[in-house]
Design a protein around this ligand. Structure first.
Ligand code: SDX
Length: 358
């Protein structure tokens, strides 16, 4: 029997495996396959970064054309509209997404193509599922890039400038090494369950408010605060009651989440343009108070939630958007896990009762 090792709760700071997909470097930058994620967000398209994350290098023109054509030709979900209509009218969009992904008919057979087919279908499942369960017609055929189509499916807008900011947000959401939903996917993949099962496990995990569910809760409190003073008082009240302020803190980023700071910079002009200067001020006041009182930084979800709100995206879509983009990161992790697989099955120290008899 191998010697057991005891590790901190939540596997905090425990390296459980190696990965070549993403990491944070010593300057606290998020790195995707060797590139700084913020640079990719600024200079690349969603399709280029999705290809990089899954296949490990930026695509040449031919690879990009084929990859884009694959996503376009696998996006439709007409085979699931009957199921969507059966779902309750008030079904949470993330629950609907997880349910439909677990059932959607898939044409592909090879792991990488199945994973990409599921990823390609997510924007349509999110939009059609939401609209059909609320008695609305789904959007018809839409043209444009992945991000332009996704933004249109969520808002009906064809504004290219807003769609580009949405694309940058999607790129920053795409991958983040062994976060909880990715680890849930890897545990499932390590049993050699199929890609759909592993993505469904990740979709279940991402819903939690400590993880992807946070971005759905942030606006609830943020929109109720009308001044910097109210913002500071809100934070102090929450901290006094030892309650969590959603959108803050991170297992890896103890000083700053580079993605949050990128979106904060991009948000400033958008807020003024949309007449939401006060919302931006309140957000910064919350961030400053959290740092001053607890040295806890804003995480990606904080500024992403504000960004999506200002882009006219309904809050019900926040976690599903995170999941749709992260599904390309999940694809890469599934393939990496099964390529050098060992079943993930830790031990535990038994602290229960012993010696009892029936
Ligand atoms: C995402 O892992 C990833 O990469 C995730 C993600 C990704 O891209 O996949 O980055 C996306 O999920 C971002 C996180 C979104 N979640 C939230 O915003 C929910 C609020 N945040 C907290 O639940 C918390 O910060 C975690 C869960 C994100 C991280 O928590 P840790 O690393 O387990 O740290 P901890 O809970 O032990 O906190 C340390 C201290 C505690 O205080 P003390 O008991 O030491 O006095 O900091 C406090 C915590 O109470 N604290 C907070 C806080 N976050 C931590 N206090 C108030 N509000 C917060 N948000």
């Amino acid at each position: 029997m191998a010697e057991n090792i005891t590790v901190p709760k939540g596997l905090a700071d425990v390296i459980v495996d190696e990965t070549a997909i993403a990491s944070t470097d010593s300057d606290g930058n998020l790195i995707y396959r060797g590139y700084v994620a913020e640079e990719l967000a600024e200079k690349s398209t969603f399709e280029q970064v999705a290809y990089l994350i899954v296949y490990g290098h930026l695509p040449d023109r031919g690879e990009l054309r084929e990859f884009t054509s694959f996503l376009n030709s696998h996006e439709n979900v007409t085979g699931t509209r009957r199921i969507m209509r059966l779902l309750p009218k008030d079904v949470l969009t993330i629950d609907m997404l997880r349910t439909v992904v677990s059932l959607v008919p898939l044409a592909e057979k090879d792991n990488d193509r199945v994973l990409l087919e599921i990823a390609a279908k997510m924007p349509r499942i999110i939009s059609d599922g939401y609209r059909l369960t609320r008695g609305m017609k789904p959007f018809g055929k839409i043209r444009g890039s992945y991000a332009e189509k996704f933004y249109h499916l969520l808002t009906g807008s064809v504004d290219k400038k807003d769609a580009r900011l949405f694309e940058e947000l999607l790129i920053l959401y795409m991958e983040h090494e062994f976060n909880a939903s990715t680890f849930a996917l890897r545990v499932t993949a390590s049993t050699l369950a199929d890609p759909r099962a592993a993505v469904t496990a990740a979709l279940a995990a991402i819903k939690g408010p400590l993880h992807g569910g946070a971005n759905a809760e942030i606006l609830g409190y943020l929109l109720s605060l009308k001044s910097k003073e109210e913002a500071r008082k809100y934070v102090d009240r929450k901290l006094d009651k030892k309650e969590l302020v959603m959108g803050f803190g991170h297992r890896i980023y103890k000083a700053k989440d580079p993605r949050a700071q990128y979106l904060k910079r991009r948000l400033k002009d958008l807020a003024l343009e949309k007449g939401a200067g006060q919302l931006y001020e309140v957000a910064v006041a919350i961030e400053d108070e959290m740092w001053e009182k607890k040295n806890i930084p804003a995480n990606m979800d904080f500024y992403a939630a504000i960004c999506m709100y200002l882009l006219g995206i309904d809050g019900t879509f926040n976690t599903p958007i995170f999941a749709a983009s992260r599904s390309f990161g999940w694809a890469a992790h599934y393939l990496e896990q099964v390529s050098g697989n060992k079943l993930i099955r830790p031990s535990s120290r038994y602290v229960g009762k012993t010696g009892l008899h029936v």
